[in-house]
Structures are given as C-alpha cells and as structure tokens.
Design a protein around this ligand. Structure first.
Ligand code: FAQ
Length: 344
C-alpha cells in the first residue's frame, strides 16, 4: 500500500515530471553542443568517445562509408588489367596498387565503425544499391593506357581531395587519411611514370592510346570533386564542422592548375578547348562540365554501374564460406580457451 501510494502520481504530475526531465536533458545537451562547437572552432580533433551532434555523426558515416565503398569498387576497373599487364614489373606494381585500395577500404570501414555503424550494415547498403560510391569507377578501362591515366588523373584528383581530409575534425578519419595519402602519392607517380615511358619510348600507336585514354578520363576526373559549390547540399555544414576543409570547386581548380603543366611535360593535350590561363584570376579557366552526365552516373545509370555492383555482390557471396570458416575457427578458439581455463 505504501509503495502504491508513492507510485501514484496524477497524470498532471507525471506530465510535469517528464517535462522537467526533458528540460534537464536538453540543458545537458545544450552544454554538450556548446562544448562541441567551441572545440570545433578551436580546431580540436573529435574522438570516437566524445559527445557529438547526431547530424555530425551521420554526415561522417555517410562520407566515410562512401569513401570506403569507392576504394573497394575502385579495385575493379584496374583489377581487370592485372592478368593483361605488359611486363612482370607493371603487373607487380598494379597488383600492389589494387591491394593498397583494399587496405584503404578497410581503414575507412574501421573509421566508420567507430561511429557506431557495423561493417555488415555498411556493406549491406552498398550491395543493395542504397549507398553511393565515386562516379569515376563506373567508366570502363578499355586499354592498358587507362591504367596509367587512372594513376595520374584519378589518383591525382583523389590526393588533391584527400590531403585536406588529413586535417578533418574527426580524428579516426584524419588518421586513416594520413596513411592513405602517402600510398596514393605512389599510385599517382607510378601512373605518370607508366605514361611517360609510353610517350617517350613507345610507338606512335602507344602515344595515340595514351591520348585516347586522357580524352576519356579527363572530364570524369573533374567530376570526382562533386557538384559545383552552389549545388552541393552538404558542403556548407561539412565545412563549418571542419569535415571538409576546401570546397568542391576550389579543389577542382587546384587540380586543373596542377595538371596542365604535367600534361605538357607528358606531351598530351587535355580535351578542353576552353582551358586557358587567366592572368587576372591567376588560375586556368575551364569549359563547362557535363553535370547531367554526372548525375546520371551517380544515379546508377553510368556505363558500368550495374557491372560494378554485380561484381561486388558476387565477391561478397563467393566469400561467404571464408567468413563462416573464420567464425567457426574463432568459436573453436574461444571454446578451447574456456576448457584450458577450467582445467587450470
Ligand atoms: N561520385 O553535397 P556534395 C579514390 C554525391 S577514392 C558519386 O558535394 P559531399 C581512390 C554526394 O555523396 C574517391 N557521388 O557531397 C582510388 C552527395 O550525395 P548524398 C572517393 C558524388 O559529401 C583511386 C551528393 O552528390 N573519394 O579515388 C560524387 O559534401 C584510384 C551531393 O554532393 C572520397 O570519397 C561523386 N564524384 O562532397 C581508388 C573522398 N560527388 O550523400 C581506386 C571523401 C558528390 O548527399 C583507384 N569524400 N557526390 O546522397 C568527399 O570528399 C566528399 O564526400 C565529396 C562530395 C567531395 C566526394
């Protein structure tokens, strides 16, 4: 009876109690939010265990998982050429590069997992077509020169975009990016070196093959940086949070400015008749990008989207026995350790 009388709050009292708890919670949250904002403003890094707003967490999971998926899907266009590399040296380089991409994907999935989303959930989103990955990997690799051009332009664009991410406000992502960027710079150089060899020591047919590959990869490489700033819904908030440090358009411009000189040393032309130095801006002006094509590819309707996704789903299905065997082995180890502990 006593207990009952203590529990019996009127509906009005209960509502007042709930409201006061919610107030306390929101006051707590307000303080946490203010502390978080101050740390972001001071340029501090946020760790996985720190309080963070839900939108910040979601934005990071979105970006890091898209990035991880890009590394995984990004193995496919080059993987096609491992068995067709022209020399043992080129084959060994390409094999290591593709293995590096797998490693990058793993660091990034691990970074995304620190935010509370499991790897299975992330991969499920990729395999069911709900998650995005970089548009660039939905283009076909038609000749050996594409391997060099992917290194030079695609890895070159990736580095330009990813070096600022080493200073991303979320520390586990920033740490992963430091290691990834070191490897990406080797990737870029091996691509450029392969092209330089073809351009300076190759036949006329090889030089034409390089030019053709440049013509096909130039515009998709520029699209990698994402839509123009004015049409980029995530940029403003991501820049305020220090997730992105430089805008899509500014990174694209930096990439173009750096690449024109490299193209001229290589002896190839870039397929943009409007590409000209602007003395006033101290930057290259460029022609218009085909944004409808970009959105079509991002929307799942690019030249190789279906093939790429099917290859990833197949790889996942065919690897089921490995995951099952690893799990069975781990369970056996746990049982063995328990037996030893009992016996001791
Ligand atoms: N492809 O508001 P924003 C590599 C989406 S790794 C597909 O500007 P945000 C290594 C975007 O997700 C290459 N989708 O978005 C390698 C958003 O959709 P959502 C990958 C794109 O996030 C080399 C919507 O459009 N790198 O290459 C693309 O602020 C060689 C609106 O866009 C990274 O992931 C695109 N190109 O800025 C491997 C770097 N662009 O999610 C193998 C990290 C935009 O709202 C071989 N990511 N979208 O539905 C980033 O820096 C950013 O996420 C951006 C996009 C800059 C990609």
């Amino acid at each position: 009876m006593y207990t009952q009388s203590m529990d019996t709050l009127s509906a009005e009292d209960k509502a007042m109690e709930a409201a006061s708890k919610a107030k306390l919670r929101s006051a707590d949250e307000l303080q946490s939010q203010q502390r978080f904002d101050a740390r972001i403003d001071a340029g501090d890094f946020i760790e996985a265990k720190d309080w963070m707003p839900e939108h910040y967490r979601k934005t990071l999971v979105r970006q890091i998982s898209q990035h991880a998926h890009s590394e995984f899907v990004g193995m496919l266009p080059e993987g096609n050429w491992i068995s067709r590399a022209p020399t043992l040296k080129r084959k060994a380089i390409l094999l290591s590069k593709v293995q590096d991409e797998a490693g990058h994907g793993l660091y990034l999935y691990a970074a995304a997992e620190t935010l509370g989303t499991s790897r299975d959930q992330l991969l499920d989103a990729l395999h069911t077509g709900k998650a995005k990955y970089s548009s660039i990997f939905n283009y076909p690799t038609l000749t050996w020169a594409d391997m060099g051009v992917i290194g030079w332009l695609v890895d070159g664009a990736a580095i330009m975009n990813q070096v600022p991410l080493c200073r991303c406000s979320y520390a586990p992502y920033a740490r992963a990016m430091v290691r990834i960027c070191r490897e990406e710079s080797f990737h870029q150089r091996q691509g450029y070196e392969a092209l330089l060899t073809m351009m300076t020591q190759g036949t006329a047919a090889q030089r034409a093959m390089v030019q053709d590959a440049v013509n096909r990869w130039w515009w998709p490489s520029l699209m990698m940086f994402g839509p123009p700033d004015a049409e980029s819904p995530n940029s403003e908030q991501s820049m305020r949070w220090g997730i992105k440090r430089i805008s899509n358009d500014d990174l694209r411009q930096k990439f173009v400015d750096a690449t024109v000189e490299q193209a001229s040393i290589l002896g190839v032309s870039l397929p943009d008749p409007l590409l000209t130095w602007n003395d006033t801006r101290q930057h290259y002006d460029m022609g218009p990008i085909d944004w409808p094509e970009f959105w079509q590819v991002v929307g799942g309707d690019g030249p190789c989207n279906k093939e790429r996704l099917a290859a990833r789903v197949d790889a996942w299905d065919n690897g089921a026995w490995v995951r099952e065997a690893a799990l069975a082995h781990a369970e056996k180890q746990v049982a063995k350790q328990a037996q030893h502990a009992m016996a001791a």
